[in-house]
Each structure stands twice: as structure tokens, then as C-alpha cells.
Design a protein around this ligand. Structure first.
Ligand SMILES: CC(C)(COP(=O)(O)OP(=O)(O)OC[C@H]1O[C@@H](n2cnc3c(N)ncnc32)[C@H](O)[C@@H]1OP(=O)(O)O)[C@@H](O)C(=O)NCCC(=O)NCCS
Length: 202
């Protein structure tokens, strides 16, 4: 689908695979270190709203979405009772080694994140192998995800992340996404995390 010519050091190709490859997709670790976080604080003046202030996390810890019960690509299809026939899986390979990828959702009436819209795609998952982060691969996968969504007539890409994922927030901001919502208390199992919703017009 796309060559990795703009990557700094790697020769990576990005291909589309069937969703049945989710187990293999999950071999790429999604875990990252939380050494700083954004803290939502009420704005002090004007009409109110919320500001995100970056603060140190001491001691740092490792966040692994796949380790959370019920989460992780290997479990998604078993857990979901959704129509995922229109979803997409993008896989990045360096040679025969899987080094990253993305999962995209569209046209699933029961998925609230999709807002009942057929012209919206959700970037459900994005991951780059820790050995390959910071070299432009995430950007290439994100570009391939945008191409994928446009190909199916989507006019907007929606992405969920959390205020403890500063690298992902900086990454999405760098890709031109705008922060459209900060939702406090979104995760009963992680009460100290806020949900952040990013959007990109396509
Ligand atoms: C977020 C993630 C996909 C980014 O991939 P990546 O390959 O490291 O990112 P890239 O090297 O392509 O960076 C693209 C841009 O984002 C910025 N960026 C990426 N990581 C960043 C970080 N930790 N801090 C600040 N900026 C960062 C880069 O500066 C770069 O900007 P540039 O265009 O000026 O060079 C990767 O860090 C990852 O897999 N994280 C763990 C999984 C995860 O959190 N996924 C998202 C779930 S919502």
C-alpha cells in the first residue's frame, strides 16, 4: 500500500490485512512509560473550560492497554458482538518482522464511538514497536490510516486517548488533529484518567 521512504532508518512497508490477523497484530507491544501526564484543571477565568497541564509522574510506571482485562487485540473479536466487516487492519513490516500497525473502525451501528455515522472512521488502535518509536513510523502508519478512511468516503477521523498518554497526545497534535473533548470519569477502572477525543477532518 505504501512504502516507507520517509522513515529515517527503516525500510518498512505498510499493507492491509484481514481482521483475522488481530492475534499476530497484538504481538507488537503497545506499552509505554508514563513519566509525565496531563492534568485537567478548570480554567481560572473567562467562560471556564478545562486546561491540560503537564506534570511529572513520580515514580514513572508502564501503561499497557493490552494487559487490562477484556482488552488486547487477541480478545477483541471474541468479546465483541459487533459487525466488524467494514473495519480495517494495517500492518507495518520491516522485512518479515511486524513492527507496528493500526486498526480502523467504520460502519458498526452498535459502536457508540462511531456516532451512528457512515462518514466517520475511528482509529481504534495504533502501535509502533518500542524499538522503532521516534523514527517516523507512527506518522507513516497514521498517513496510511487517513488514506484508508478517505478511500471509504469518510470525512472525519476520530481518535480516543487518555491524559496519561502524553506521547500519543503530542503525536496526534503533530498530525494536525484537534482535541475536541476531555471527558472526566470516563473509565471506572482508571478513575484518575480522563478520556481525550481527537478529530481530524479528512
Ligand atoms: C504514539 C506512537 C504511535 C507514535 O509513533 P512514533 O513512530 O514514535 O512517532 P513518529 O516518530 O512517527 O513521530 C511523529 C511526530 O510525532 C511526534 N512525537 C512522537 N512521539 C512523541 C513523543 N513521545 N513526544 C513528543 N512528540 C512525539 C514526533 O516529534 C514527530 O514529530 P515530527 O513530525 O516533528 O518529527 C508510538 O509512540 C506508540 O506506539 N506508542 C505506544 C502505543 C500508543 O500509545 N498508541 C496510541 C494509543 S491512543
Amino acid at each position: 500500500m505504501k512504502s516507507g521512504a520517509n522513515l529515517n532508518t527503516m525500510c518498512v512497508k505498510i499493507v492491509e490485512e484481514p481482521l483475522s490477523r488481530l492475534v499476530e497484530y497484538g504481538v507488537v507491544p503497545i506499552a509505554f512509560e508514563v513519566s509525565t501526564r496531563f492534568r485537567p484543571v478548570p480554567a481560572e477565568s473567562g467562560l471556564g473550560g478545562i486546561r491540560l497541564v503537564e506534570e511529572a509522574v513520580d515514580p514513572p510506571y508502564v501503561k499497557d492497554y493490552d494487559a487490562t482485562s477484556e482488552e488486547g487485540p487477541a480478545r477483541w473479536l471474541r468479546r465483541w458482538n459487533w459487525d466488524t466487516s467494514s473495519w480495517g487492519l494495517l500492518a507495518a513490516y520491516e522485512g518479515s518482522r511486524r513492527v507496528g500497525g493500526a486498526v480502523l473502525a467504520r460502519r458498526s451501528p452498535n459502536v457508540n464511538m462511531l456516532e451512528g455515522r457512515d462518514d466517520l472512521a475511528v482509529l481504534w488502535d495504533l502501535r509502533v514497536h518500542p524499538d522503532h518509536r521516534g523514527a517516523g513510523l507512527g506518522r507513516s502508519i497514521f498517513d496510511a490510516a487517513v488514506d484508508w478512511a478517505r478511500r471509504y468516503g469518510c470525512v472525519e477521523l476520530k481518535i480516543e486517548t487518555q491524559d496519561i498518554n502524553v506521547p500519543a497526545c503530542r503525536f496526534y497534535a503533530r498530525q494536525g488533529c484537534r482535541l475536541s473533548a476531555i471527558i472526566l470519569h470516563a473509565y471506572p477502572e482508571c478513575p484518575d484518567e480522563a478520556q481525550l477525543i481527537w478529530r481530524l477532518s479528512l
